[in-house]
Structure formats: structure tokens, C-alpha cells
Design a protein around this ligand. Structure first.
Ligand code: SF4
Length: 272
């Protein structure tokens, strides 16, 4: 029987078009969610963008959209989906930081099990995070590479993880870690594998959220669209009540308010 090349060719083309359309739809929903600060169809968007990660980036390139949007969507959707579970974990909470955040003159020793041991010399942001982690009962790991994260999961067995990394690394790691424990991610503001910077306030905010059993500003917009009380200052109880209500409403609808996004991530969304 002759091989139906023409039929196979047509099927391939139809399949490619279908993948293109469905991936573009997932991107559109993700971008719209960015603008509205609400997630929509999270499981569909996460599934499609992880499965067709490269095609999604290609679509962004073709339409002159920043490729980083794909990672931003994946990170923020994952953050929003796992926030509830993350903030109610009370034991063995871990913060995982990349070693590139260290000051170039850092003298911290690298332990083969726990990574770099920060001396809190004050030369880089890690010292501030370590100080806050002690206060909010998180264990900090400053890791020399992505594969070290697997070691931490195996040896330390954390109950939850808060990770800081560049977009692509964070997207990959969060997918892996989320299979085991609730995870939250914060993107580096300045990457490049050397003397990198993170939004330290955002990292501390996420830790503080756990300390208060989640009763801290999630950065979600109130009904009037205004931002609820900022972390670090006195917490506006009315604002929190609105925020909590919004989150509950979102839960019941299968949606959830976006968390406050890093400035760069917001910028990427605005560029769409
Ligand atoms: S604060 Fe910690 S990580 Fe940063 S330079 Fe000092 S010892 Fe190194």
C-alpha cells in the first residue's frame, strides 16, 4: 500500500497551525492577565507554555514582543497558583539565592551541602535577606548552580521554597520544585551571572507573608483598583479585608489576584 504522503503532509500542517493558534491563545490570555493583574485559565496557560515553550518564544519574536514575557507569565502564574499553600507552610521553609548575588569581594566559604555561608558583612543584599530570614524562620541557601537545588530538596527536605534567579533559570526550577513543595519565585532585577541584584523588598515581603499566616498584602488590587497596604509599614486592616475577600472571590471563580510583580516583569507586560 502506498504511503499517503500528501495526507501526512496535510495532517502535519494542520497540527502545526493548531499548535500555533493554541500557543498564541495561551500567550494572549497570559498577557491579558498581566494587564488586568488577574490570572485566567492558569492550568491551560501553564500547560501550553511549558509544553510549547520554544514556539511561544518564537511567536513573541515574530510579533516583536519581548521573549521574556513567556517566562514572566509562567513565573507569575505559578506564584499565584501556589501562594496559598506556600504561605501556610510553617516548618522547614527555605530561601534559595544564586551565588551571583554575592559581592565580588565576598569571603563566604562554600559548603558542599548548604552552599555559601554568608557572614553578613553587609557588602551585598544577601546579608539583608539572611537577617530577615532569621526573623521569619527561613533557612537561606546561597547556591553555586541550579543543580544544587536538587541537592537541597534531597538533603534538607524543605516544606516550601522561595527562589531567586534569572527568568529562564527560575522558570525551569519552579516547574521542578513545584512538583515537590509549594514554591514562590522572584526574578533578578539585574542578571548576567555576576554581581546581580534582586528585589530584596519583594523577597522579604514573601517571607513576612508566611510569618503572618498569609495576612499580609498580596499586592492585589482592591475593588476600587487601589493598592492595599504596603509591607513594612502598618497594615491597613480594611485594605487587608478587601484584599482577602478579593482573593477568596478569586478562589471560588477559579481565578486569583496577581501578586505584586517585579517592576521589570510589569514592564514586559506593558510592552505587549
Ligand atoms: S553579605 Fe554575605 S554573601 Fe554578601 S558579600 Fe558579605 S558574606 Fe558575601
Amino acid at each position: 500500500m502506498p504511503v499517503p504522503y500528501e495526507l501526512l503532509g496535510r495532517l502535519f500542517v494542520y497540527l502545526a497551525v493548531l499548535v500555533f493558534l493554541v500557543t498564541a491563545l495561551a500567550l494572549l490570555i497570559g498577557a491579558y492577565s498581566f494587564r488586568r493583574h488577574r490570572i485566567m485559565f492558569p492550568n491551560f496557560v501553564l500547560f501550553m507554555l511549558y509544553l510549547f515553550y520554544s514556539p511561544a518564544k518564537w511567536i513573541c519574536r515574530v510579533f516583536y514582543i519581548k521573549e521574556a514575557l513567556v517566562d514572566d507569565i509562567l513565573i507569575e502564574f505559578r506564584n499565584a497558583l501556589l501562594l496559598d499553600r506556600f504561605k501556610h507552610v510553617t516548618e522547614r521553609r527555605a530561601v534559595i539565592l544564586p551565588q551571583c548575588m554575592r559581592h565580588p569581594e565576598c569571603r563566604a566559604r562554600c559548603d558542599p551541602i548548604i552552599g555559601y555561608e554568608c557572614k553578613q558583612c553587609g557588602k551585598c543584599d544577601i546579608g539583608r535577606i539572611v537577617e530577615a530570614a532569621e526573623k521569619y524562620d527561613f533557612k537561606v541557601f546561597v547556591v553555586p548552580g541550579g543543580s544544587f537545588v536538587r541537592k537541597i530538596l534531597k538533603v534538607y527536605k524543605p516544606g516550601s521554597c522561595l527562589g531567586v534567579a534569572c527568568r529562564t533559570e527560575l522558570t525551569e526550577s519552579m516547574q521542578e520544585v513545584a512538583k515537590i513543595v509549594p514554591v514562590q519565585g522572584v526574578c533578578l532585577l539585574r542578571d548576567g551571572c555576576y554581581d546581580t541584584r534582586a528585589d530584596v523588598d519583594e523577597v522579604i515581603r514573601k517571607m513576612k507573608m508566611c510569618d503572618m499566616g498569609g495576612a499580609v498584602d498580596d499586592g492585589c488590587a482592591g475593588k476600587d483598583g487601589g493598592e492595599v497596604a504596603a509591607i513594612g509599614g502598618s497594615v491597613d486592616e480594611d485594605g487587608l479585608a478587601d484584599c482577602e475577600k478579593d482573593l477568596n472571590d478569586a478562589d471560588s471563580d477559579g481565578f486569583r489576584g496577581f501578586q505584586r510583580m517585579p517592576k521589570e516583569a510589569r514592564r514586559s507586560g506593558d510592552d505587549v
